[in-house]
Design a protein around this ligand. Structure first.
Ligand code: SF4
Length: 382
C-alpha cells in the first residue's frame, strides 16, 4: 500500500484544544494550493526514489486532511486530488478520504466529492451536545452534526467515519453514553474516539493552568473508555487500534498503512513523508512553504532514521493496534541489542498480562489499551 496525504492547513476558527498546524487566516489559501500543486510536481519521483517501482502493481490510498479540507471550494479540492492521483497513483486509489466539518456539509458539496472519486468521508463531530461544542470552540451544532451524516448517507456514501472526544470538561458516563448511542443510531461504519489531551500551548492549556478547566477525574475517563469498548463491541464494531473502531471491511486502509510502516508522501505545509529510512517534515508555515516553492528552495527538514528510531516507531505504532508487532519482523530488521531490549522489557509485561503472545504476534490486549502508553514506554529505546 502506498499512501498520499494532502494537508489543508486552514480552519475558519481555531478549536480550543487543537494543537495541529492550521491557521484561521484565509489570505494564503490560493497560493498554498498553487504551492501544493508545485510540490507534487517537484516530488513526482518520490516513490521511485524510495525504492517503490512505479510499474509494479500497487494499491494506493489518498487522504485529504487538515485543518479543514471542506473549507476549500470543490474545484480547488478537485485540482489537488486529480494532480495527486495523476502524479503518484498508477491505479485509482483504493480508498480516497476527505475530512469534513459538519457545518460545511451540503448536498452539492457531497455530490462534488463523489464526482471526484471520494469514497470515504471523515466528519469531525466531537460531541452531540451543543454546550460541549461551544466549550470546544467548534463552529457546528449538534443538529448540524446529525444532519451532516444523514446528508452524506443520502448522497450515497457508505463508508463514513466520525470523530468523537471523551474526557471532556463536565463529561460524565451518561453524557458519553448519549454521544455513543447517537453515533451508533446513525449507522456510521467507523468511529475514531479520542480521550481529550490538553496541550500546553492551546487555549485549553491556558485554562488548565488557571484551574478553569473542569476535567473529569482520571477514573471517570477510564470508565468512559470502558463504556466505549463495551458499546462498540455490542454494535459489532472491531476495536482495531487504540482510538479506532470499525465494522469489518471498513478499517481505515490509509491509517493501517501508516501503522504498518508502509511508505507515504505528505504534501502541504506541516505534512510529513516516510520512506522507511527517512522522514521528511515540511515547514509548518504557509508563508515559508510558498516561498520555498516560488524560489525552488528547501521547504522541509529531512531526518535519516536510525535503527533505534525505526525500532521505536515500529513498537510504538504496532502495540497500539490489534495486530501488535511481529517477532519475526523484529528479529529480521533489528540487531541483537534492540531485540534483546524488547524481549527483556516485554517479559515482565507478559507476566502481568499487559502483553500477550500468540505465535508470531505480540500485542497489548484491548483491556490494557487505556494504559498502553505506560506499557510501551518500557519498550522504547531511550
Ligand atoms: S477544525 Fe480540526 S484542525 Fe481546525 S482547529 Fe478545529 S480541531 Fe484543529
Amino acid at each position: 500500500m502506498i499512501g498520499i496525504y494532502l494537508h489543508i492547513p486552514f480552519c475558519k476558527s481555531k478549536c480550543g484544544y487543537c494543537d495541529f498546524y492550521a491557521t484561521a487566516s484565509q489570505t494564503l489559501v490560493q497560493p498554498t494550493v498553487w504551492a501544493m500543486l508545485h510540490e507534487m510536481e517537484r516530488r513526482k519521483n518520490y516513490f521511485a526514489q524510495v525504492g517503490k517501482n512505479p510499474s509494479e502493481p500497487q494499491k494506493f490510498t489518498l487522504y485529504v486532511g487538515g485543518g479543514t479540507p471542506s473549507l476549500l471550494p470543490p474545484d480547488m479540492l478537485a485540482a489537488l486530488s486529480q494532480k495527486a492521483i495523476a502524479t503518484f497513483c498508477a491505479a485509482p486509489p483504493e480508498e480516497f478520504t476527505v475530512e469534513l466539518n459538519p457545518d460545511d456539509v451540503t448536498p452539492e458539496y457531497l455530490q462534488a466529492l463523489r464526482s471526484m472519486g471520494v469514497n470515504r468521508i471523515s466528519i469531525g463531530i466531537q460531541s452531540f451536545f451543543d454546550d460541549d461544542l461551544q466549550r470546544l470552540h467548534r463552529r457546528h451544532s449538534a443538529r448540524q452534526a446529525i444532519r451532516s451524516v444523514q446528508l452524506a448517507q443520502s448522497a450515497g456514501f457508505d463508508n463514513i467515519s466520525i470523530d468523537l472526544i471523551y474526557g471532556l470538561p463536565h463529561m460524565d458516563c451518561e453524557r458519553w453514553r448519549y454521544n455513543l448511542h447517537t453515533a451508533f443510531s446513525l449507522g456510521v461504519q467507523h468511529l475514531s474516539a479520542y480521550a481529550l489531551t490538553v496541550e500546553q500551548r492551546t487555549p485549553f492549556g491556558v485554562l488548565r493552568r488557571k484551574n478553569r478547566l473542569p476535567l473529569p477525574h482520571e477514573d471517570e475517563v477510564a470508565m468512559q473508555h470502558d463504556l466505549l469498548c463495551q458499546m462498540s463491541a455490542a454494535q459489532g464494531l472491531v476495536h482495531y487500534e487504540i482510538s479506532s473502531f470499525a465494522r469489518r471491511g471498513f478499517f481505515s486502509l490509509h491509517n493501517a498503512a501508516y501503522w504498518q510502516q508502509q511508505p507515504y508522501i505528505g504534501i502541504g505545509p506541516a505534512a510529513h513523508s516516510y520512506s522507511g529510512g527517512q522522514r521528511q517534515s515540511n515547514v509548518a508555515s504557509c508563508a515559508q512553504y510558498i516561498k520555498g516553492m516560488e524560489e525552488d528552495a528547501a521547504f522541509f527538514e529531512l531526518e535519516n532514521l536510525s535503527a533505534e528510531s525505526r525500532y521505536n516507531e515500529y513498537v510504538f505504532t504496532g502495540l497500539r493496534t490489534v495486530w501488535g508487532v511481529s517477532k519475526n519482523y523484529l528479529l529480521k530488521n533489528f540487531d541483537e541489542t534492540l531485540t534483546s531490549y524488547f524481549f527483556a522489557g516485554a517479559g515482565k509485561h507478559i507476566e502481568r498480562k499487559n502483553i500477550t503472545v500468540d505465535g508470531d504476534r505480540i500485542a497489548v490486549p484491548e483491556s490494557r489499551w487505556f494504559v498502553a502508553d505506560s506499557i510501551i514506554v518500557d519498550l522504547i529505546w531511550a
